[in-house]
Design a protein. Structure first.
Lengths: 444, 357
């Protein structure tokens, strides 16, 4: 039968065709490449894992959206896995501006997780990544991150050790070096005061951003102001405090190249995202024209997503985020791959406390670790108070310039659903929308 | 400041003071003793050295390397006695004995967690491990054959015919790896690679030396036969270079040299290029156990070489020093050891018997 005449039969004809060939299965997707049952293969091979399993099974998965304020653009997305032996694991997949999508995507992975042996985290991770067919972007990456962290939490608890020990850490038992943000601190006086507090507290590093938004090409006035803003940082904070500046992809390669070169004498620890991340060649243009170290990676997924940056010699410091790139498994793999090329790690974690605490475990076992980001200020804020209320300790507050390491097994904290219930999900909210003077869309 | 200072040099200047500071807290499972056991197979004469690491908490673990020169062993002991045995990420991978120490520390970690190592490392990613050997042992479905030494250099067709005849002696259903041990000229390597294309080897191993990447490019450009490299590579950056250019189909870090963690790092690298790992192995049964755990903890493992000797006396030795049927495959696959750590028991009295003077 020719295709056209077959189609013209319509649904009645289709039903007829089926009844004449009852043995041929109709595939849901209509795709002739979908896996066919193979005798002795396919699902059957999973039975081979039975004798090697730990006895732990994931029996339940719960997804939480947690909004600290009614208008938060980043409600925390948490995942709790329950097991047949009473152990539970927590993970985070907070995705700024896309909370609902991340939560739904975790649900989409339910079949990959519930019923599985949580100890087989690498196998589960691979299955989520590969069997999704469409390669993970940030939504799927964040969902995988939540599940992966929760599995590692269970793994550590089941084996009786903090997760960093399963990764071969700690490389420094004093903890993990970090930095606070110095948002809005721009005057010499305010910066001098920040320096004083930093020295008292042992904080050795800060990061801040550029003062405004930038068009494709910029005016002398704005270029000079941007350079000046960075000079003031170094002059006021002194030579011993490390300073990082996050361009946050606000600048085009043309504008960034000028700024990155102008600030070379300031000896910055790094400049972050000098342009948007999709075009590695564009970022390479900036990086290759300056000696200032370049950091990027918070928007990337898995080690696959970092390969080109490393190959092209664009990046000095990778900043992949444990809540987006694929959890502990993903962050550990990126660090291993980066280490071979002499690339350093300064992971991003600007979401909730679970991802923040999880990232410390991985950092603690990285030979190429530099410093950990957290979106907190040197003086604790209301968010820090809520985290302490949830976890019973000041999560993500540094002691003597370092985040202390967990002593308890797993990720090292206890969290209850009741604690989160005070902050119910307030719905997905978009991230900020910023426009230039002429109304055109600006990067922020 | 001169422009000769690169971005990376600048960063290193910032990082150097940090690197000097290390682990200052109390060490958990502190290492109390490291002992080396040089061994020799009685007939083949193959040598390997086992490492036993003990902790103050009464745990112990085993590792293996090809040999442990006294100077390197002393340096390692000086660095590690008193340190935490679970801190395997702190091993300096540039030490020639890093692999042995890594296996031993992971063995200890697994025993401390009362779990097989593949489970500690996030596996199992597979429930059995495909294996091949160059020996006549039963149970393997794939075999390694070595190219004969060419009568002269670059003799072309005559040598190709010789290789074809060699391969055609194999039963039809027998998979094979053709190994040249880095011995061929780039020209011979490329023509052999091409001539075996339609015979479908699993891969062509070490067709030529990797010291000249242009030579490897030539071989790779002229054939679709998969290429394996790695037995002599001691710097992960070389794997990186081969992978970046698409010159390698099977990464083959030596398991005893790299240990489980070093080989895993190379596996991660290869994974990003959709390339498989098949660790090189020319040592004893402790390294075989390590290779099995590696296989079950990475996604992109393909097959493990088992260096079984042909002489029964040598095989007797391997079976005597490590318990279980570790190196006996069924239907082409080895079973995973299920005990804690590496899942093996080392028989110390047998180590005395086979001690290499």
């Amino acid at each position: 039968m020719r295709r056209r005449s077959f189609l013209s039969l319509g649904t009645a004809g289709l039903a007829l065709a089926q009844s004449r060939a009852p043995k041929r299965a109709i595939l849901d997707c209509g795709c002739s490449l979908a896996p066919q049952p193979q005798p002795g293969r396919g699902q059957a091979t999973l039975a081979g894992f039975e004798p090697l399993q730990s006895g732990l099974k994931v029996t339940g998965m719960k997804v939480f959206g947690v909004s600290l304020t009614r208008t938060s653009d980043r409600p925390y997305v948490f995942c709790k896995l329950e097991t047949n032996q009473g152990l539970v694991g927590w993970g985070e997949g907070t995705l700024e501006g896309k909370a609902g999508a991340a939560m739904a995507c975790i649900e989409d992975f339910r079949e990959f997780v519930v019923g599985a042996d949580p100890m087989q985290v690498e196998h589960i991770w691979q299955s989520m990544y590969v069997h999704s067919f469409y390669r993970p972007g940030p939504v799927m990456g964040s969902a995988m991150s939540a599940i992966d962290q929760a599995l590692w939490d269970i793994r550590g608890k089941a084996l009786g050790v903090p997760v960093y020990k399963l990764l071969g850490g700690p490389l420094d038992s004093r903890g993990v070096r970090g930095y606070y943000h110095a948002d809005g601190v721009r005057t010499p006086e305010a910066l001098a005061k920040l320096r004083e507090t930093a020295i008292q507290q042992g904080v050795s590093c800060f990061k801040t951003g550029l003062p405004t938004y930038y068009e494709w090409i910029e005016t002398r006035k704005k270029i000079s102001a941007a350079v000046k803003s960075m000079q003031v940082l170094r002059e006021s904070l002194g030579p011993d405090i490390d300073i990082a500046v996050d361009f946050h992809a606000k600048t085009s390669p043309s504008v960034a190249s000028i700024l990155v070169k102008e600030v070379e004498p300031l000896n910055l620890l790094f400049i972050e995202e000098p342009c948007p991340p999709e075009n590695v060649q564009a970022m390479a243009k900036i990086a290759h024209r300056s000696t200032t170290p370049i950091a990027t990676g918070e928007r990337l997924v898995a080690h696959f997503g970092c390969r080109e940056l490393i190959e092209m010699g664009v990046v000095d410091i990778l900043q992949t985020d444990i809540n987006h790139l694929g959890g502990i498994t993903g962050l550990w793999k990126v660090s291993q791959m980066a280490a071979v090329s002499g690339i350093s790690m300064a992971p991003h974690a600007c979401e909730g406390p679970i991802g923040g605490l999880a990232t410390l475990h991985v950092n603690s076992a990285m030979p190429n670790f530099v410093v950990q980001e957290i979106c907190g200020q040197i003086q604790p804020g209301p968010t820090d108070k809520i985290w302490q209320e949830w976890l019973g300790f000041p999560a993500m507050r540094m002691v003597d310039g370092r985040f202390p390491l967990a002593q308890k097994p797993g990720l090292g904290f206890d969290l209850t659903e009741e604690a989160l219930a005070k902050y119910p999900f307030g719905g997905t909210r978009p991230m900020a929308r910023v426009f230039h003077e002429d109304g055109s869309v600006a990067e922020w | 400041m001169t422009h000769a200072m690169t971005r990376r040099m600048r960063l290193n200047a910032v990082l150097a003071p940090q690197a000097a500071v290390q682990n200052q807290g109390p060490a958990e499972h502190a290492i109390s003793e490291m002992r080396w056991f040089p061994l020799r197979e009685p007939v083949s004469g193959r040598r390997y050295t086992l490492l036993r690491v003990k902790t103050r908490t009464g745990l112990f673990g085993w590792g293996e390397c090809s040999q442990a020169p006294a100077q390197d062993a002393l340096a390692l002991e000086k660095e590690w006695i008193g340190k935490s045995a679970t801190c395997f990420a702190a091993i300096d991978s540039s030490s020639p004995l890093a692999g042995a120490l890594d296996m031993a520390l992971l063995d200890i970690l697994g025993r401390a967690c009362r779990a097989p190592l593949y489970r500690v490392l996030g596996g199992p990613t597979r429930h059995k491990v495909r294996a091949y050997t160059a020996s006549n042992a039963a149970g393997f479905s794939a075999v390694e054959i070595s190219v004969p030494k060419p009568a002269s250099r670059n003799q072309g067709k005559a040598y190709e015919n010789q290789i074809q005849a060699l391969v055609k002696q194999l039963p039809e259903d027998r998979d094979f790896v053709l190994s040249a041990n880095g011995s061929l000229t780039p020209g011979d390597a490329a023509s052999v690679a091409r001539t075996i294309e339609t015979l479908h080897p699993l891969w062509f191993d070490e067709p030529c030396s990797v010291s000249n990447l242009d030579a490897v490019r030539k071989v790779s450009n002229e054939t679709v036969t998969p290429l394996g490299f790695g037995r002599s590579i001691a710097d992960a950056g070389i794997f990186q270079a081969l992978l970046r250019e698409g010159l390698i189909d099977v990464v083959r870090p030596d398991i005893a040299h790299w240990g489980i963690s070093g080989a895993r790092r190379i596996a991660v690298l290869a994974e990003a290029y959709y390339v498989a790992i098949a660790p090189h192995h020319d040592g004893g049964p402790v390294a075989t156990a390590a290779a099995l755990h590696l296989a079950a903890s990475v996604p992109n493992f393909f097959i493990q070489h088992v260096p079984l000797p042909d002489d029964p006396k040598d095989r007797e030795m391997r079976a005597a020093i490590v318990s279980g049927a570790l190196e006996r495959p069924q239907d082409g696959f080895l079973q995973l050891p299920t005990g804690p750590g590496l899942g093996i028991q080392v028989n110390e009295s047998a180590l005395e018997k086979y001690h290499a003077a």
